[in-house]
Design a protein around this ligand. Structure first.
Ligand code: PEP
Length: 257
């Protein structure tokens, strides 16, 4: 059985004091959740402090982006090595807000993925269609292209613990969630594609998260789906109560499997 991950994407929220407070509350409330991997992804400015706080903790630390070069004259960018140096184990790559607002493409996602795996960071690669694409029945093609291009040139050994997050753009921050059936359908599609590109055992081992307005109220039904292996949570990860509630719900669903 795949072990679920609940990852919080804090986006551009929380200064360092607020971030430390939130991370502490999560740490206190989720200390006994031993069948779920918990990851928090605060803004860059909070990583160092939270990294120190989480030493010896089971909670993983992730960044929301990284650049592909190790160092150099790239004003405003942060490298995977730098993330590693402040205690990150994960990095979100190709979030739809990065693709939509900052011009990221499948090509840049591929380069960032390379930087992440070369530096032993676990990438959480995000894919997902817009509303327009869904309504034009293009979801399978869009997701197929994003996954195939994002993973171009990688073999199984490189990808290690890589995680994929299916995040339909129309469900992110909108309050509109994909139904469990809609999400499961795309997760199966992604797993089948991984099987086609790599092997059956690799596809079975890959964790595919769902993201898009996951809340305590809908987490249970989503996590019950066979191919949904956890969630990437935005808005609901900004409050300890709702984030921990989602973690506990996931834990209960997996206890019952
Ligand atoms: C996200 O930021 O990845 C996300 C899924 O956001 P939200 O949960 O707010 O839709």
């Amino acid at each position: 059985m795949r072990r679920p991950i609940i990852a919080g994407n804090w986006k551009m929220y929380k200064d360092v004091n607020e971030a430390v407070e939130l991370a502490n509350s999560i740490k206190r409330a989720a200390f006994d959740m031993d069948n779920v991997d918990i990851v928090i992804c605060p803004p860059f400015t909070d990583l160092s402090d939270i990294g120190e706080m989480l030493v010896e903790s089971a909670i993983g630390l992730g960044a929301q982006n990284c650049f592909w070069e190790k160092e150099g004259a790239f004003t405003g960018e942060v490298s995977a090595t730098m993330l590693k140096s402040v205690g990150c184990q994960y990095v979100i790559i190709g979030h739809s807000e990065r693709r939509g607002y900052f011009g990221e493409t499948d090509g840049t996602v591929n380069r960032k993925l390379r930087a992440a795996v070369d530096n032993d960071l676990i990438p959480i690669m995000c894919v997902g269609e817009t509303l327009e694409e869904r309504e034009a029945d293009k979801t399978p093609d869009v997701v197929r292209t994003q996954v195939t291009q994002g993973l171009k040139g990688f073999d199984e050994d490189h990808l290690g613990q890589m995680v994929i997050a299916y995040e339909p753009v129309w469900a992110i921050g909108t309050g509109r969630t994909a139904t469990p059936e809609q999400a499961q359908e795309v997760h199966v599609m992604i797993r089948d594609l991984i099987r086609e590109l790599y092997s059956g055992s690799f596809a079975e081992s890959k964790r595919i998260l769902y993201g898009g307005s996951v809340k305590p109220e809908n987490a249970g039904e989503l996590m019950k789906q066979e191919d949904i292996d956890g969630g990437l949570i935005g808005g609901a990860s900004l409050k300890a109560d709702s984030f921990v509630d989602i973690i506990k719900t996931t834990s209960r669903v997996y206890e019952g499997r």
